[in-house]
Design a protein around this ligand. Structure first.
Ligand SMILES: NC(=O)c1ccc[n+]([C@@H]2O[C@H](COP(=O)([O-])OP(=O)(O)OC[C@H]3O[C@@H](n4cnc5c(N)ncnc54)[C@H](O)[C@@H]3O)[C@@H](O)[C@H]2O)c1
Length: 339
């Protein structure tokens, strides 16, 4: 095994030693690369249930990175892992990311979203780690008529995924009262881009792998949501980690527009991947149980601190479709596409 020099790890000042949970996933692996580029020492952990080592190919060559394949629901092993390093900050990205899977089996979100957060806080308390940055979601708001700000409520999620994200936020809030010095709750919109493990662009391109007679799209195509490119999401959360300094910091992160429709996304996929294949909508206002068909974000709070997205939802979609399409046609991705 490659040597990882504990002496190299700093606990004070910048750079820090940081733990990234869900490190091998779509967003986690991009975050790992950016934290390494900033000079941090990064410990990544993932059970590889949805992520893959291939996502960490370049990070694994960096001497400031160590990866552990562990399930965070195993408190004993999690504690042993964390105890081995002087970790300053935890970026908690691990979760179930498949809303449908959590609808079919409610234990999935309880385990991979709530219990991973519970255990993260437990080992942080016991090992003296005082900072956590948490990947929450627009799903905590449920169906809401109007523009969503961080104060919008009441919060009635319509999926187990959203419910366990909201419960995780509540756990973090309670921990701030006792041992957490600073916490960041990031409410992500739909995030898209390379290394996607799920989501509409990934799903549509995956369907096209099997040469279907048409491109099946769930719902009536009129669902409309904001989409943010993963590179901009990472920009935003790194920015906020430095610029917001309350004990509890909560932010919507998204593009500065009303989003794009599912029909527009399907047509972008069609034009890039399969111009001769017709699109077929399954009908109904929702794609699946737990799908919030429309929402719009206010990002006034993050903008007031000085961060604004560069890409519109439509631009992010066009870029992500091309990127994921290219990945599907690269030899490395063929194995994943056949899953
Ligand atoms: N992608 C989006 O559009 C989006 C939107 C809102 C919120 N989020 C949140 O952002 C975070 C990252 O999402 P993503 O899109 O990269 O999904 P992802 O599935 O690619 O990444 C999550 C990672 O967590 C790992 N994981 C799950 N359960 C685990 C466990 N018990 N122990 C260890 N590892 C475990 C998975 O293997 C996976 O690699 C998640 O918390 C997700 O809920 C994502």
């Amino acid at each position: 095994m490659r040597r990882f020099d504990h002496e190299m790890i700093s606990t004070e000042g910048d750079p820090h030693s940081v733990l990234v949970t869900g490190a091998a996933g779509f967003i986690g692996s991009s975050l790992v690369e950016r934290l390494l580029a900033q000079g941090h020492f990064v410990i990544g952990v993932d059970n590889l249930s949805r992520g893959s080592r291939a996502n960490l190919e370049s990070a694994l060559r960096n001497p400031r990175f160590r990866f552990f394949e562990e399930d965070l629901t195993n408190e004993h092993r999690y504690r042993a892992l964390v105890s081995g390093f002087p970790i300053h900050t935890v970026w908690h990205m691990a979760a179930n990311s498949d809303i449908g899977a959590g609808g079919a089996d409610p234990k999935v979100d309880l385990r991979d979203t709530f219990q991973t957060t519970f255990n993260t806080l437990l080992v942080m308390r016991d090992t003296g780690i005082r900072r956590i940055l948490f990947a929450s979601s627009s799903a905590i708001y449920g169906v809401y008529d109007g523009v969503l700000s961080e104060e919008s409520g009441p919060l009635f999620p319509i999926s187990n995924y959203g419910a366990m994200k909201l419960a995780s936020e509540a756990l973090i809030s309670a921990a701030v009262e006792t041992f957490i010095e600073r916490a960041w709750i990031f409410r992500f919109p739909n995030v898209i881009g390379p290394r996607a493990t799920h989501g509409i662009i990934f799903d549509l391109l995956k369907k096209l792998q099997y040469n279907p007679p048409d491109l099946e799209v769930l719902g009536d195509g009129r669902q409309q949501k904001p989409y943010l490119h993963v590179s901009e999401l990472i920009d935003a959360i790194l920015f906020l980690s430095k610029r917001s300094s309350d004990p509890m910091n909560c932010f919507n992160i998204g593009p500065a527009d009303e989003g794009v429709t599912v029909r527009e996304i399907a047509e972008t996929v069609q034009s890039i991947a399969a111009p001769s294949i017709p699109i077929r909508f399954t009908g109904g206002s929702k794609g699946w149980a737990g799908d919030v068909p429309r929402f719009q974000y206010s990002i006034a709070r993050i903008k007031a601190l000085g961060w604004s997205p560069r890409l519109s939802s439509a631009e992010a979609v066009r870029r992500a479709v091309a990127e994921v399409y290219n990945e599907f046609h690269s030899p490395a991705r063929e194995a994943l596409c056949s899953l």
